[in-house]
Design a protein around this ligand. Structure first.
Ligand SMILES: Nc1ncnc2c1ncn2[C@@H]1O[C@H](COP(=O)(O)OP(=O)(O)O)[C@@H](O)[C@H]1O
Ligand SMILES: [Mg+2]
Length: 266
């Protein structure tokens, strides 16, 4: 099967919402193990819908999604849970439980692999906690392990979000605008962390971004979406003015200045 060399295959994906909006028209692409892909597109182009359909947070209208060779829509019960565990999620607003400690938030990432009894009792085996502490150490967050997540800065919260996703040992990380709420310096630090962790663990990353400069700096490949259609799928290094114009529907300066950002407005 050709699918097997890819960790993710998206084929003829269409999503029409109940209100009639065609958010994805006919999207197809394949993702190799460990690939780092930035998804670019104006607001409303369908980036979040793409991520949510891949993770089955919302049902597709038609098309197929294969995760590690398994068509995810046909899976049920334990097989579906197993397939979902291969996919980690990172969100713009972190989706942490603010009143719980950093440790508890990250331990939640291991839930998929744990009996529900542990989660109900809120007790986890010592070796899990040890593994979390080691990960937090790598993320310069060890001193925050028993602080409430709500007390952390945005950059720290996103590091916790990444740690939580990694605890689930994913093969794919789906990141929906992971740096849109952060200042440019913190955003760069988060992209550094994400790309290093993905590389070290051979995780394929699909990252929705608003910043062309970050996409070119960190991704090896860019998928550009306009009005629910893929209008660019190619190397990040050689994306040109015309490609960006097709993606954004207007001229975007292809900056030598690495701090250039398309901003929230488009
Ligand atoms: N739950 C929803 N119900 C109806 N329409 C939606 C819903 N979510 C998104 N849309 C519409 O689908 C299109 C794509 O949205 P989205 O995937 O959020 O784009 P992006 O993440 O690129 O900003 C937009 O026109 C948006 O208004
Ligand atoms: Mg979005």
């Amino acid at each position: 099967m050709t699918q097997e060399k890819y960790v993710l295959v998206v084929r003829n994906l269409k999503k029409t919402y109940g209100n009639g909006v065609q958010a994805l028209k006919d999207v197809s692409f394949n993702v190799k193990k460990g690939e780092f892909i930035a998804v670019l597109g104006s607001s409303g182009s369908g980036k979040s819908t793409l991520i949510r359909t891949i993770n089955q947070l919302i049902p597709v209208t038609s098309g197929q999604i294969f995760v590690a060779g398994n068509e995810i829509q046909t899976l049920k019960g334990r097989d579906l849970r197993r397939a979902r565990r291969r996919i980690g999620m990172i969100f713009q607003h972190y989706n942490l439980v603010d009143r719980l400690s950093v440790m508890q938030n990250v331990l939640h990432g291991t839930l998929g692999g744990m009996s529900t009894l542990y989660s109900v009792l809120g007790r986890y085996p010592e070796e899990r906690k040890q593994a979390v502490l080691e990960l937090l150490d790598d993320f310069s967050l060890r001193d925050y392990a028993y602080k409430r997540a709500g007390e952390l800065s945005g950059g720290q919260k996103q590091r916790v979000g990444i740690a939580r996703a990694l605890m689930q040992n994913p093969e794919i990380l789906l990141c929906d605008e992971p740096i849109s709420s952060l200042d440019p310096i913190t955003a760069g630090a988060i992209m550094d962390l994400l790309s290093v962790m993905a590389y070290k663990n051979d995780i394929a990353c699909i990252v929705n971004l608003h910043q062309v400069n970050f996409a070119r700096q960190y991704a090896s490949r860019i998928i550009g979406i306009a009005h629910g259609e893929v209008v660019y799928d190619g190397p990040a290094g050689t994306i040109g003015h015309r490609d960006l114009e097709r993606i954004y529907g207007k001229q975007i300066p292809l900056a030598g200045n690495m701090l250039y950002s398309t901003g929230e407005a488009i």
